[in-house]
Unconditional design. Structure first.
Length: 97
């Protein structure tokens, strides 16, 4: 409860989302937050990340979003060797939250 209170501190009408983020964190499951811009979705994630010390990845998705923007670019050196590998450091596969 204290973690949820710390997350929602200063945010308006985000107690449910704060509790759900703690529940997802403890349960080790995903939480997808959808909503219009400016409704504190990213602020909640940044706050959880800072409070528990986990890295996270943030990206606004559009219909033009490509796999490279989420999962990292293909490794050209690996392609030359006939391997299909992505450089995923600092992208979705590398994040903890």
């Amino acid at each position: 409860r204290r973690l949820a209170a710390s997350i929602e501190d200063g945010l308006v009408e985000r107690s449910v989302e704060a509790r759900l983020s703690v529940l997802a964190l403890v349960g080790g499951v995903h939480l997808l937050m959808l909503g219009p811009p400016g409704t504190a979705k990213s602020a909640l994630c940044r706050r959880v990340s800072r409070l528990v010390g986990l890295s996270y990845f943030e990206r606004t998705l559009t219909r033009f979003t490509t796999p490279e923007e989420l999962f990292g670019p293909l490794s050209l050196a690996a392609l030359e060797r006939g391997e299909y590998r992505r450089n995923y450091a600092s992208y979705v596969p590398d994040c903890e939250l």
